[in-house]
Design a protein around this ligand. Structure first.
Ligand SMILES: Cc1cc2nc3c(=O)[nH]c(=O)nc-3n(C[C@H](O)[C@H](O)[C@H](O)COP(=O)(O)OP(=O)(O)OC[C@H]3O[C@@H](n4cnc5c(N)ncnc54)[C@H](O)[C@@H]3O)c2cc1C
Length: 545
């Protein structure tokens, strides 16, 4: 695997031996946290495994990498000056544009001086006597902290396919989540690409334009909508700048963190013409949320969802000329139950003479060889292999750290049957440990910047509350946690989400327990619950002096 190159960083100061708050991760979560913690006059440091800020947008530099929530919505709301001064270029910005936004925020708020880059946290243990966390890094640094905040990201622990021979291939290999900073030129190469989730869907059209031949290995097809990306017009930027406050409020109250009208009709109560016209409008709009909320029952009623499925299948067959390839690209699971994608020319790419699709359901992957990839019926020779195989989502980055709570209990073991949290913010047995967008919160089912800001603000309020009341620790009770896990499961069970083998369910990681991890009740509802918990003196949490 080609090693990622790192950006030059100024020499880091020495890690202090003790701080009020230790934060792990300097993506959008860790950056905003640091800013808020400084406002409270708390001493805080951030450890970041990467060479700069940005998290997801620092690591995922594969060709075609973009956000699929619009830039004006996928941005911080905490600073009106920042909102007014930052000039977004595209409706759906590319990874470089988002990374440069993150860097701008780091510069503007002078964040880097408290961030230790290229420093991975390997372990954290709670000292019940001192009531502090001891945090250890891969460099051997140790720091004690009253609070530990895991801002480690839902999609930051990358995954390779679990097949033999990964180190056997003689050419270069690349994982989309660890792309070389200098880029990769595939000109003149035969490229094999494994995986057709978001990263595959975004990179396949771009790699296909460069490579002599591109072979795509697909286990499960994705539902993808054309993004209809474009440069933002000055008038829409001006309009948003004039209306940001109302827009941000609407984001916070919405289902997915993106304001959308609440659908009133069932997909089954309208005529076929009206239904198709509604889906067509969503397809033309280039917005995933418009599709997912076209009718109120798409996420809960199989027959309603089937109408969306048939519509997208028809689109795929209209675009892709080879009927067998088109059929292979049509997913069978319910629309929206695996992360849907936005693309630029994804299905069209399969009409190119240099692109072929290998359906791994028909001919499973067997191994990686020194020359390429072997399936059950053939060996394919390549000059380079791309793994677009995603992440150990939501829990991977948390359980990668050896976190030990009360009695030395390991978080990884405590979650061996699936993650257990209260509100996705804390876990019983782990006092003063907070997670930003943890499992059991809307997280990956939302525009994540909205969810990140909400969690950070809630955590900051909780710390402020403890300090005002002269309290020292906060920890979810087992009862509140059990009730929350049941509630999360109940809501998921009322939807079609558990019907797909998705990374939402942990299904992409062999051996990982299959439970639906995010909270599916919506960003607005969830915020209300968190606010009520705080207003009732942090109900469900044990607070102690
Ligand atoms: C390809 C891709 C596309 C995406 N598109 C969208 C989108 O369109 N809309 C959307 O809302 N979200 C999207 N996301 C989700 C995205 O992760 C979030 O929007 C957001 O960037 C998360 O910010 P974060 O700070 O919480 O986590 P991250 O950005 O993942 O940052 C976490 C940081 O923690 C660091 N870290 C982890 N473990 C350790 C450790 N042990 N020690 C030190 N450092 C550590 C990592 O290096 C990383 O830099 C996408 C994710 C990916 C991967």
């Amino acid at each position: 695997m080609s090693a990622p190159s790192h950006d030059p960083q100024p020499a880091s100061p020495t890690v202090p031996s003790s701080v009020d708050v230790a934060v792990v991760g300097a993506g959008f979560s860790g950056m905003y946290l640091l800013h808020r913690l400084r406002e409270l006059n708390l001493s805080a440091i951030v450890f970041e495994a990467g060479g700069d800020v940005g998290g997801t947008w620092y690591w995922n530099r594969y060709p075609g990498a973009r956000v699929d929530v619009e830039s004006l919505a996928y941005s911080y709301s905490f600073s009106e000056e920042l909102e007014q001064e930052y000039e977004w270029q595209e409706r759906y910005p590319t990874q470089p544009e988002i990374l440069s936004y993150a860097r701008h925020v780091a510069d503007r708020f002078d964040l880097r001086r408290d961030i230790f880059f290229e420093t991975r946290v390997t372990a954290a243990s709670y000292d019940e006597q001192a009531r502090t966390w001891l945090v250890r890094t891969g460099h051997g640094d140790e720091v004690t902290a009253r609070f530990l905040v895991m801002a480690t990201g839902c999609l930051s622990s990358s995954k390779l396919p679990e097949i033999p021979g990964l180190d056997r291939f003689e050419g270069p290999t690349y994982h989309t989540a660890h792309w070389p900073h200098e880029g990769v030129d595939f000109t003149g190469m035969r490229v094999g690409l494994i995986g057709t989730g978001s990263s595959g869907v975004q990179s396949i059209p771009v790699i296909a334009e460069q490579a002599t031949a591109l072979t795509v290995f697909q286990r499960t097809p994705a539902y993808s909508l054309p993004a209809r990306n474009r440069t933002l017009r000055p008038d829409e930027i001006a309009d948003m700048r004039a209306n940001y406050r109302a827009f941000r409020q609407a984001q916070r109250e919405s289902g997915f963190g993106v304001p959308t009208p609440i659908p009133e009709k069932s997909a089954l109560e309208v005529s076929e013409e009206e239904r198709d016209a509604t889906f067509e409008q969503a397809w033309e709009s280039g917005s995933l949320v418009n599709l997912l909320t076209a009718f109120h029952d798409l996420s809960i009623d199989q027959a309603a969802n089937d109408t969306a499925k048939r519509f997208i299948h028809r689109k795929i067959h209209q675009i892709v000329r080879d009927p067998r390839t088109a059929a292979d690209l049509c997913p069978e699971y319910p629309v929206g139950t695996k992360r849907p994608c936005l693309d630029t020319d994804y299905y069209e790419t399969f009409n190119r003479p240099n692109v072929r699709l290998v359906n791994l359901r028909r001919t499973p992957l067997v191994e990686i060889t020194d020359r390429g990839v072997r399936t059950s019926d053939d060996e394919y020779a390549f000059d380079a292999i791309v793994y677009a195989t995603g992440f150990d989502a939501m829990t991977g980055a948390l359980t990668n750290v050896d976190i030990r709570g009360r009695g030395g209990a390991s978080l990884k073991e405590a979650w061996s049957a699936g993650p257990r949290t209260y509100l996705g913010i804390g876990s019983a047995g782990y006092p003063n440990l907070f997670m930003i967008t943890g499992p059991g919160s809307p997280s990956v089912l939302s525009n994540m910047v909205v969810s990140i800001e909400q969690h950070v603000d809630w955590v900051i309020d909780a710390i402020e509350h403890l300090d005002r009341q002269g309290l020292r620790t906060i920890e979810p009770t087992e009862e509140a946690q059990d009730a929350w896990v049941d509630h999360v499961n109940l809501i998921a069970g009322a939807t079609l989400y558990p019907k797909a083998n998705s990374w939402y369910m942990g299904a992409n990681v062999p051996g990982k327990p299959q439970v639906f991890m995010p909270y599916a009740g919506g960003v607005g509802e969830y915020r209300k619950t968190c606010d009520e918990v705080a207003a009732q003196g942090y109900k469900g949490f044990a607070l102690s002096t």
